[in-house]
Structures are given as structure tokens and as C-alpha cells.
Design a binder for this molecule. Sequence first.
Ligand code: GDP
Ligand code: IMO
Ligand code: MG
Length: 424
Amino acid sequence: MAVTAVVGCQWGDEGKGKVVDILSARADVVARYQGGPNAGHTVVVAGDQTILHQIPSGILHDRTVCCLGNGVVIDPHTFFQEMEELTDRGISVKNRLWISPQAHVIMPYHRAIDEASEAAAGNRKIGTTGRGIGPAYTDKYNRTGMRVADLLAPDFEERFHRAIEAKNRILVELYKASPLDERLVLEEFLRFREQLKPFAKDVSVVIYDAIRNKKNVILEGAQGTLLDIDHGTYPYVTSSNPTAGMAATGTGIGPRHIDQVLGVFKAYTTRVGNGPFPTEIMGDLQTSFREWGGEYGATTGRSRRCGWLDLVIAKYAARINSLDGWIITKLDVLSHLDEIKVCTSYKYKGQIIEHFPSESWILKAVEPVYVTVKGWSKDISGIREYGQLPVNCRNYLDYITEFTGVKINMVSVGPDRDAVIQFR
Ligand code: GDP
Ligand code: IMO
Ligand code: MG
């Protein structure tokens, strides 16, 4: 397995948590490289569900070392909450969970500004998760952020004072919102500082040592290719790079150390939050999809928008991420249908578009061109061998491979860890 990057290839929620958990059975190190508690990665083991937001999805395997790389943004509030929930369930993170000192911290003013700016944007809002992601990355790139290292530094209180004073002015003067209580926030962060100390470690060195010792490493993406700040449906994106290139930058290893990139792709499409979505289904069928697939956000509980499989997106994601293999998830959800639509190109002003466009006004106006394929109308959730799948189901999978030129490594047919078909 060596070093494997696992990336989401649609608008997030493809089932990355489940996939990383499965691969972690053979992994020594699992590292997140971007995003923060906007992620909600679900792992189900024998019916028991765990939702991870910041801690890598490898944590349920007690032998695995888990890391949060420099590219991640960390909210100590939710981080310690998540850790406690794991500890309560008998999962210890002691001496196997490390945070890069270079990772940026999501401060309470980041969350407040995220909420206030979304409220102020009215119907132009992005529909963020409200976790302070955009404002924390804004500060990172503006060179005014607070890294874990800065939280631990002797001049932390001084930096903190400068930062909160500036942010309170933004909250009060720009957004007409309430300011944060500097003293209360400081007290809380002085506590977090002590609590975070034992977790700070140079993640780049941890991963590099693992690579040198021929260990297996997983780089776990959050969000998905179309939420990428550079390659996604801007401005309806997140503020980081979920695509494979960031897996190196966000953990502090060189790009040539990544041996393979696996793309997680749902057998249909979903999106939570606003923005263009060419194959979105409207009406009753959307509601049925949502029920069949349990399409409600793992972080915010919001209803996910649902649509048909979009192979223009698949081809795009294969290119942007240099995919070696697909992991197709939620194939079982399509068992309810007699006929399934698959989008193979878009039409814009009478012209066929084969490549995913970056112009938002084009993407908003395109008409998906569909082929209709026969469904299999049979429960496949108990199947564990490719050869046992109904022929129409195999044809559906083969079509994805033919169209994108990327082979399939694994197919998921249910939420549980065991509901999987491994390809040889
Ligand atoms: P992630 O953010 O990519 O990790 O995905 P989420 O956890 O947000 O959403 C995926 C949802 O689908 C979760 O509720 C999973 O338990 C569930 N899931 C994952 N794989 C499958 C599958 O193959 N079939 C079904 N029916 N559910 C799945
Ligand atoms: P996982 O890792 C699905 C979406 C939000 C919003 C946009 C920006 O579970 O796949 P943000 O809070 O990041 O500033 O919101 O991105 N979004 C996700 N959608 N899955 C996620 O993560 C997401 N993380 C953010 O809904 O549209
Ligand atoms: Mg999710």
C-alpha cells in the first residue's frame, strides 16, 4: 500500500471516512492534510456509528498513528470534544495522535465572523458549515493567523490581544454583531494551550520516518475536488485544497513520496450548501434518493441535494488528482431504480462541452446530456464478490472505468465496514 492519498472526487460526503477506515486496517500512519471540523467522516463498525470531524478516520484501529498535518485548521473546542467521545467509547488516542505545530487554530472570532458574514450575504451566501473555516484560512494567507506553535509561544497573550481587538472591530463595525469577551476567550485558550502541548509534534518527521521504514501511510482528504478553492465551483467551495496535490504540501512530505491516489466517488451525486449542480434531480425523486441514501449532512444535519452520476466530473477529478483507482460508494442505493441516468457531457448554447468548465455562469446554464442505462432492481448490500453482482450493475461499473480510463479498486455496498467488494 505504501503511501496512499484518498481524495473525495465530488462535493464531499463520498464516503471517505468509511474507505479510510477500511484501508487503515493495514496502515501505520493516517494523516489529514487540509480542512477542519467542517468535515464529517462516518465510520460504521457492526452497526455502531462514529462520526469524525478532525481526528483521522484511522483512529478506530488501535495500532494506527494519526496525524493532523500543517494544512489542517484545528478548533480546540471540537477537537477535545471529539477526543473525549472516543475515550468514553474505550478508544485511546494516547501517544498516537499528533498535531503539526504549523497547523492553524480556529479561534472563536473565526467562527463568529463565518456566521456573521454568511448572515450578511443573504441569498448570496455560500452555505458554509459555520465552523470558521474560511476566516481561519483567510488569516493564514494574510499572515495574521494563529498556529498551534503560536498558541504555545511565550508571546501568545500579546498576539492574542492584537488579534481579538482587530476581529472585534470587524464584528461590531462591519457586521453589527456582538464582540467577544476578550478575558473569557483568553482564559479558555490558556487552558487549551496546556491541553494541546502533549499533542504537538513535527508531523512531517513522523510521516517521513514511516516512509523510510517502508510503513503504510494514508493521507486522508476531507471535502472533495469540486469544493477545492482552486479547482472547485468557486466561489461555492471551501477555503482549502482537498485535491491530491495538497496531500504532500499539507503534511510536509515531497510529492514523489505519494505512491498512489485513490478517488472516492459516490455512484450518484450529492451536494450540501449552495452553488451550481448540473445533474441535480428535482421533486419527489430527489426526496426518495435522500431517504434511500440517508443523505443528511454528518456535520450540520442539513439535507443533501441529490442528482445523477456525472461522468464529466469523474473525468475531471481523474485528471486533477492523477487518480490510480476509483472507490465507488453507495452503489446499493441505486438498487431502488429500474432505470438510471448517467451524464456524459454538457450542452451549452447548443454546443457540447466534454470538460468540466470553470466559468460559473456556464456551469449554471449547462444542460446535462444523459445516457439511460438499465438498473438491476435487486438488493446488492450482501454481495462481497464482483462476479456475484447483477450483470447490469457490473455494466454500470464497467462504464465508469471505460469512460474515465481509471480502474476500480473497491466498491462499497452499505455503510458498514464489511459492506465492501475488493477488486484484485
Ligand atoms: P465522507 O464525508 O466522505 O466521509 O462521507 P460521510 O460520512 O459524510 O457520508 C457518507 C454517508 O454514507 C455516511 O452516512 C456513511 O455511513 C454512508 N455510507 C458510506 N458508504 C456507503 C455505502 O456504500 N452504502 C450506503 N448505503 N451508505 C454508505
Ligand atoms: P466532508 O469531509 C460536504 C461545504 C459546505 C459549503 C462549502 C463551504 O465530510 O466531505 P466551509 O464550512 O468549508 O467554509 O463550507 O463547503 N462543505 C462540505 N460539504 N462535505 C464536507 O466535508 C464539507 N465541508 C464543507 O456545505 O457548501
Ligand atoms: Mg462528510
